[in-house]
Design a protein around this ligand. Structure first.
Ligand code: SF4
Length: 142
């Protein structure tokens, strides 16, 4: 029995914050392509198909979504992904994890996350003052 853990970045390096302590924007600015933007649905289905080729019934799969800010891929992206996987009708134990800055969390997201049982971790400081002095919005995600 296998347990695969795959990290996905469905919004590439896009982020809606520019935290003072973040290294990621600097690193991606040095890349030939700093961001590939939001993953297209055709890419998502192709990636899932490739992953599932290697899985047998009873295996475990953890899909871990990170960024930048992975929620910038949009709620429809995640709904489609969960639906696409469910449509495979395979006996695979699937866990989802989402690492987010939480800026886009609203009721619709919360209902979806609860329903699809995504484990969600929110990055940030436990001290509100540090949130205010270290985390800055950008006018449009970049
Ligand atoms: S939310 Fe995360 S990825 Fe975005 S700027 Fe802050 S630390 Fe970096």
């Amino acid at each position: 029995m296998k347990h695969l853990t795959i990290m996905l970045k469905p919004a590439s390096s896009l982020c809606n914050l520019r935290c003072k302590y973040c290294f990621y924007a600097d690193i991606t600015s040095l890349r030939e392509v700093s961001s590939f933007g939001v993953m297209k649905e055709s890419a998502m289905t192709a990636v899932m198909d490739h992953i599932f080729i290697d899985l047998d019934d009873g295996d475990y799969l953890t899909l871990s979504f990170q960024g930048g800010e992975p929620m910038l891929a949009g709620l429809p992206f995640y709904r489609n992904l969960v639906q696409y996987i469910a449509g495979k009708k395979r006996n695979i134990h699937i866990n989802y994890t989402l690492q987010t800055n939480g800026i886009l969390l609203d009721d619709d997201w919360c209902k979806f996350l609860a329903k699809s049982r995504k484990a969600t971790t929110r990055s940030g400081s436990t001290q509100p003052d540090r949130e205010r002095t270290n985390r800055f919005f950008v006018p449009s995600p970049c």
